[in-house]
Design a protein. Structure first.
Lengths: 321, 747
């Protein structure tokens, strides 16, 4: 860990003008600093800002403060009742202790668990642009099969953001100049391309203050996570699903995936293959085909292709029965 | 009695060699009633309140902090260690490297010489090549990350499969690599039923909660090292040899150890680096390895490739067993994972073969990890037995019953005690084995259920071990030995043995462990700790009883000792009236003819019920039962905990633990506890442990056999067999992760 400056922000305005990396729960950033993967010159502690509330909006949606701990969000009665997919996703993540510390804003920005990203002796374009990607040609069990580039095949490791992507969440930010932005989650994350070290559209100093959930969606919801042990393991594959069936046909579908890509993955073609169709194997297979169009394994993660197909079909079957 | 008496050898000594069986034990005649009882750990309150001092927790004046620097390449030669930037950081005292003296890798347990030294030539990624010392840990860690190790790379052997054909047989050691009798090939050719399968297991890490740590301090030419070590006496010799000083110039203190599982049997790089730095800087140096360094540069359990051949006649009686193992290790290191060790005596068969060969790789050292040999050997053997039972069409328990040997099938000597079949029978009844379906197909929703069984065998060993026991004039007993307690319960069982034999309440027995100046013990390894160190305490206490009898003027056999009172011939006196200024005896137990005249081992049976998700291949253990026979159970609580821990290890070995080596440079890829998957609480269901009471008169005077490694032996195989019973998919490549099951699962 490199020596760093520390400032405690008294307000959002103070925070965005402080010029440093924000820290709240620190569950990811501190680990990375100890390993010298992250070496911020300055930390701006935002943990005391008044951003830890969950409020209902007039349109029926929720506004979630960026500092709401994962545990609290998962246990909120409104979330449990109306956004089941989100509550389930949160509880599938990390461990009880980590969920108590991890915040909503911070969790959106959790960094990859690529083994080579974590090892400063390894080439990693995400950690050190231009140093190569040792995951390609190396051990890549947890790596991406969609949206990869020849520079990076890392995944976003989160669960909560996958559910938020299925729910069409909006990320509310404030920039150093005081401007506020409302960024649909669809536009928030970036694919690795040639710049895998840039993971989202936030500008330097821009602070996530809230996450807005639209009014609760119609239909049934679930979050299904497949992993290498029963708890405290990142998703090999996860599915956040919201499906409504009306008069025997799929009326609406929102499907987001974890463990497959550099971002929580959502492909409109998957949903298009389902909407208007009678629930059944043909439609589910078509959705899986659409999802896996262009998917590519890198050796140790080849199994993700058949795995996500099976998980998607089982999830669709569950929600449409 | 003083320390000086010990040093001058004025203590009374009593020694016992296990040359003949000892059917009579004071522990069966004790009046105190503490032996065997499920007594809480005597040091438990210290541990849960943070007062038990682990290696890195001792204060020292002018203490400095060391952080180790690794070689960032898999094979080659260091050309320079560039430390200018590191040395310029505030608080940094020095960056030290000593190519000839730094150890290349840890030493194996019990060795009396230094491990391989010299780090200029690097043989594996992560080898420790320098140490940064600073006034604070934070400064040292920052500086260590700024040290640049320049090198010339060299060719290396990084992929097991690419070098397996170059395997060679290591030289004979305590364990001969090869044994053979009869003609396995002929038996296979003429058998009614055969199995010929190859099983593979990956490298594993002990993943002890406490990382390797040392505080080194020199005073008047003598080194005191607070370390986290399992075998203090031999570790002291290893460290002295590595530092080029006399054995009596090194004292290791290892009072509490936060788990070892074999990874702390021999000295590791942090001890030598800390000692060298402390000497050069003339101030104490503390080094605690980072978790990643524990994965990179301590010791792994070797990966294995095991070919098992079984041949059986029409009655399901084995005619041949062959167990051929390939393991791996660094060039120049001859330790091999003895996967066939339990196969020597597990089952009867006329034609037999065990063989072990080593593949030389540029991976970190391989060495002993909990139940070296059996832990992975039985993953193969007991899965193969399950396969054979299916081929024959009989119940797997019945197959084992039919092949129960009457005596050691190789050495033709009797078993000292053996209750494998009773363990299987008791387990089958308690577990409800009769409800097991013969073939896969018990589907409940998305989940496929199945049951599996496996036998557990684990060799029992006795090692020379000494302890002093002093009866003080205020009527307490002080047990002192360099034996360690690595979380197993040594403090507690030694206190129980002394309390039982001397008739003292437990709170009047004080146990001092882990100090290299105390009488040398067997150390914690090979499950011999309780039997060996416990017997040394027993021998000392037996001598003390004779002294008490003498003081009272009666025959020792007539003594009853209870609650601090000595009773004989209708007289009862307080023990304090007999001990004078104190009585002290150093007791020593030594292995003898019993080692060869009988086959000693502990036994058990594992039963597992699993469910496998038909969609994803995820495996969940639903319940598990282990029934064990290990002679006398000294403490039902700590013994049960040992078995629970072993079974949990077994679940990890079966389902999730795999140390992955990068195929380009051999480095450990998954080097933290997020990615090296030991089971978490959610993976562990209700585990049940039952003991079948036993007494092994050949093992030692306390009649106890090893238990620390019994619980892991066979545990993973029961799970693998249950997975097969659930799914019809036989995965022979451990761990059984979901990707290996997926292709065989229903659509």
């Amino acid at each position: 860990m490199k020596t760093f400056d520390y400032a405690r922000a008294g307000s959002v305005a103070e925070a965005v003008q402080a010029g440093g990396r924000f820290i709240a729960g620190g569950t990811n950033l501190l680990d990375l600093m100890k390993l010298q993967v992250e070496t911020p010159e300055k930390l701006v502690d935002i943990s005391r800002l008044d951003l830890a509330r969950i409020e209902e909006r007039e349109d029926g949606g929720l506004t979630i403060g960026a500092l709401v701990p994962n545990s609290d969000l998962a246990a909120d009665p409104r979330v449990i009742e109306k956004y089941e997919v989100l509550s389930r996703a949160l509880l599938a993540g990390a461990s009880g202790q980590l969920r108590n510390k991890a915040t909503t804003g911070g969790n959106l920005l959790q960094r990859t668990r690529c083994y080579y990203f974590y090892d400063t002796a390894a080439g990693c374009n995400k950690r050190e642009p231009g140093s190569g990607c040792e995951a390609i040609g190396g051990f890549n069990r947890v790596h991406a099969i969609l949206g990869t580039s020849d520079q990076c095949i890392a995944t976003h490791p989160g669960d909560m953001p996958v559910a938020m992507r299925a729910l069409d969440a909006v990320i509310v930010t404030q920039r150093g100049d005081g401007d506020k932005r409302r960024i649909p989650i669809t536009d928030f994350y970036r694919l690795p391309g040639d710049t895998p070290h840039i993971e989202n559209v936030l500008e330097p100093g821009e602070l996530i203050t809230h996450v807005e959930l639209p009014a609760p969606p119609q239909g049934k919801q679930t979050y299904r996570k497949v992993r290498d042990r029963a708890s405290y393991a990142f998703a090999l594959v996860s599915v956040a699903a919201v499906i409504a069936v009306e008069e025997g046909k799929i009326a609406s579908a929102a499907l987001a995936f974890g463990g497959l890509a550099h971002m929580p993955w959502r492909n409109p073609a998957v949903e298009a293959a389902l909407i208007g169709q009678t629930p059944g194997t043909a439609a589910f297979e078509a959705a899986a085909d659409a999802l896996l169009d262009g998917a590519k394994g890198f050796g140790s993660n080849d199994f993700k292709l058949p795995l996500v197909r099976r998980v998607l079909i089982a999830t669709l079957r569950d929600l449409t029965q | 009695m003083t320390l000086l008496d010990t040093v001058l050898g004025r203590d009374e000594h009593r020694s016992l060699r296990m040359d003949k069986p000892l059917p009579d034990s004071l522990l069966d005649r004790g009046a105190q009633g503490v032996i065997g009882q499920p007594i809480d750990r005597v040091e438990g309150p210290l541990k849960v309140s943070g007062r038990a001092t682990y290696a890195a927790e001792y204060p020292a004046e002018r203490l400095s902090y060391g952080v180790l620097v690794r070689a960032p390449f898999g094979s080659g030669k260091i050309t320079d260690v560039v430390a200018d930037e590191a040395k310029a950081l505030p608080g940094v005292i020095d960056v030290i490297t000593d190519y000839p003296s730094f150890i290349r890798n840890p030493q194996q347990g019990g060795e009396k010489k230094a491990p391989t030294q010299g780090v200029e030539k690097v043989d594996y990624h992560g080898e420790i090549v320098a140490i940064v010392v600073a006034e604070t840990f934070e400064a040292a860690r920052d500086a260590a990350a700024r040290v640049k190790v320049a090198y010339e790379p060299a060719e290396g052997a990084f992929v097991f499969a690419e070098h397996r054909d170059e395997a060679d047989r290591p030289p004979p050691d305590q364990i001969p690599p090869k044994s053979s009798q009869g003609d396995v090939n002929a038996a296979m050719a003429s058998a009614a039923y055969t199995v010929d399968q190859t099983y593979t297991t990956p490298s594993q890490n002990s993943a002890a909660m406490e990382p390797h740590a040392s505080i080194a301090e020199w005073k008047d030419g003598k080194l005191t090292l607070h370390g986290s070590y399992q075998m203090v006496a031999s570790d002291q010799m290893q460290l002295a040899q590595a530092l080029g000083v006399k054995n009596d110039q090194v004292r290791i203190i290892s009072r509490y150890v936060g788990g070892g599982f074999g990874s702390k049997l021999g000295i590791a790089p942090e001890s030598v680096a800390a000692a060298i730095a402390a000497k050069r800087l003339d101030r104490p140096v503390k080094v605690a390895m980072a978790r990643q360094q524990v994965f990179d540069a301590t010791v792994r359990r070797s990966n294995t490739e095991q070919r098992i051949r079984l041949a059986a006649d029409h009655d399901g009686k084995l005619t041949a067993i062959a167990h051929e193992t390939l393991a791996s290790n660094l060039p120049g290191e001859d330790y091999f994972e003895p996967a066939g060790i339990g196969t020597h005596f597990a089952y009867a068969a006329e034609n037999r073969l065990t063989d072990h060969k080593l593949v030389r790789l540029n991976w970190l050292l391989s060495g002993s990890m909990r139940a070296p040999g059996e832990a992975v050997g039985m993953l193969a053997l007991e899965a193969a037995m399950d396969e054979l039972a299916e081929v024959i069409g009989i119940d797997p328990i019945e197959l084992r019953r039919r092949n129960e040997p009457e005596q050691d099938p190789e050495k033709k000597v009797p078993f000292s005690s053996r209750q494998l079949v009773p363990c299987l029978d008791r387990g089958a009844e308690a577990f409800g084995w009769s409800a097991r379906k013969k073939t896969a197909g018990d589907r409940r929703g998305e989940w496929l259920h199945g049951m599996g069984v496996a036998a557990a065998v684990r060799s029992n060993m006795l090692q020379k071990s000494s302890a002093s026991v002093e009866l003080t004039k205020d009527g307490r007993a002080i047990v002192s030995t360099d034996m360690t307690d690595i979380g197993t319960g040594t403090y507690t069982i030694l206190a129980q043995i002394a309390a039982e034999t001397l008739g003292l309440p437990l709170d009047r027995v004080i146990v001092h462990l882990g100090d290299g100046e105390a009488p040398p013990a067997a150390g914690s390894g090979g499950s011999w700790g309780a039997g060996s160190s416990g017997s040394s305490v027993y021998v000392a206490c037996e001598a003390l009883r004779e002294k008490l009898a003498q003081a009272m003027g009666v025959d020792p056999d007539e003594l009853t000792l209870k609650d601090g009172r000595v009773i004989a011939e209708n007289r009862a006196v307080e023990i304090t009236e007999l001990v004078g200024d104190g009585m002290k005896v150093v007791g020593t137990i030594q292995p003898g003819h019993q080692e060869k005249l009988v086959r000693q081992a502990s036994y058990g049976a594992h039963f597992a019920e699993v469910k496998v998700n038909a969609v994803t291949g995820e495996v969940r253990v639903v319940r598990m039962l282990g029934v064990f026979e290990a002679g006398r159970i000294l403490n039902r609580k700590t013994a049960r905990s040992q078995c629970l821990g072993g079974m949990t290890f077994g679940i990890g070995a079966a389902l999730s633990e795999e140390l992955v080596h990068d195929r380009r440079n051999g480095k450990v890829v998954n080097r933290d506890l997020a990615e090296y998957h030991v089971p978490v609480n959610a993976d562990i269901p209700q585990l049940e442990v039952e003991f079948i009471d036993g007494r092994d008169h050949h093992a030692n005077p306390i009649h106890a056999k090893g238990i620390g490694e019994l619980g892991i032996s066979g545990a993973g195989a029961a799970i693998a067999n249950a997975i097969y019973n659930a799914t019809g998919v036989r995965v022979r490549d451990y761990p059984i992760t979901l990707d290996k099951l997926l292709p065989g699962l229903p659509d």
